[in-house]
Design a protein around this ligand. Structure first.
Ligand code: DAH
Length: 342
């Protein structure tokens, strides 16, 4: 191929137009290879110079070289332009305001009922108790009969219990059935707490919800006495509420314990004198008693050889007392501004 001035003019016109309209740096780079690379028209023209007659060679060579220099210059200028445009839009699109102060990261934390439950478990595990669990759907035997709650007892009233459709199974109304299940499957010595959800159809008011949480305690061994129960309650209440608290034991009645007692703790604000927060000076924390001999028998344990005590407390209630919350339903609402306080 030989070169004539017309070819170089055409190459120049084409190159100027395409360089000016290259849309971005990648396209420009492609264009550079095309224009100046081995297969480009200009390279072919330069290669063809050797075949020109000697008198034309110098002039054509000078033209081709100056065109090559011009194209290189245009490419460099356009590359610079495209880079500036890219960086300019990048700065618009991805700017970072280093003076911006973000909201502090909010960490999640444990629910107050979980906190109380963990504390209760820790308190009892320090004196050798295991944690036992039972089903939330119970049968009447474990929930009632085995606990000396006969057919006509008011607690059996369907107003208080959620029965399943078959009319035989129900949502457990307390954690006491775990006592029976545990005695049936273990031999003394027994030392357990059994925490979990329980269900009642009580109308909801500030201190009652249809679902709440209890934990049961059960100790069965040789020679367990009421004084052991009292000492245990004292240890528990002081661990949870503070060593300055006093414990008051009063008589009570539960079908599954004999005798039955109720335990109250002195109010932390007035120490039993009575104040606006506690009214009577004492706050009831749990029901308890010596396990009824018939209940031991129902659990497969011989009351001639073993005795035991049991207790049951509302976890929600303990949390209310410990954290000074006056509406039990708040624990189950998902109000974050409430929950975040613990
Ligand atoms: N089960 C009782 C209730 O739900 C609480 C209770 C009282 C449990 C006395 C006990 C106990 O183990 O001895 O009201």
């Amino acid at each position: 191929m030989s070169v004539n001035v017309g070819d170089l003019d055409a190459i120049g016109i084409d190159a100027r137009r395409r360089i000016a309209s290259a849309p971005d740096e990648a396209a420009l780079e492609q264009l550079r290879v095309e224009l100046l690379g081995k297969k480009g028209g200009l390279t072919a023209a330069l290669r063809g110079l050797g075949r020109l007659p000697a008198d034309q060679r110098a002039a054509a060579g000078a033209r081709a070289n100056s065109l090559k220099a011009e194209i290189e210059g245009l490419l460099a200028t356009r590359a610079q332009q495209l880079q500036e445009t890219r960086i300019g839009t990048l700065a618009d699109r991805e700017w970072v305001d280093v003076t911006f102060v973000p909201n502090p990261i909010r960490r999640g934390h444990l629910h107050p009922l979980t906190l109380i439950l963990r504390e209760v478990k820790a308190i009892f595990s320090r004196i050798g108790y295991d944690v036992a669990l039972g089903p939330q759907v119970e049968d009447e035997f474990h929930n009632f009969e085995a606990l000396n709650i006969p057919q006509d007892h008011p607690a059996r009233d369907t107003m208080d219990s959620f029965y399943l459709e078959d009319g035989k199974l129900l949502l457990r109304t307390h954690t006491s059935p775990v006592q029976i299940r545990y005695m049936q499957s273990h031999t003394p010595p027994i030392r357990i707490i059994a925490p979990g959800a329980v269900y009642r159809r009580d109308a909801t008011d500030p201190s009652h919800g249809s679902q709440f949480y209890q934990f049961e305690g059960l100790v069965v061994d040789h020679d367990i006495r009421l004084s052991d129960l009292k000492g245990t309650i004292e240890y528990f209440a002081r661990s949870l509420f503070g060593s300055d608290r006093r414990i008051r034991i009063s008589g009570d009645h539960f079908p599954f314990t004999e005798p039955s007692i109720g335990a109250s703790v002195s109010c932390g604000l007035c120490d039993g004198a009575g104040c606006r927060s506690c009214k009577a000076g004492w706050l009831e924390i749990l029901g308890a008693g010596m396990v009824h001999p018939q209940v031991l028998r129902n659990g497969g344990i011989d009351p001639q050889h073993f005795s035991g005590f049991a207790f049951g407390a509302g976890l929600d209630r303990l949390a209310m007392l410990k954290y000074n919350v006056n509406d039990l339903r708040m624990f189950l609402d998902k109000d974050v501004s409430f929950l975040r306080q613990f």
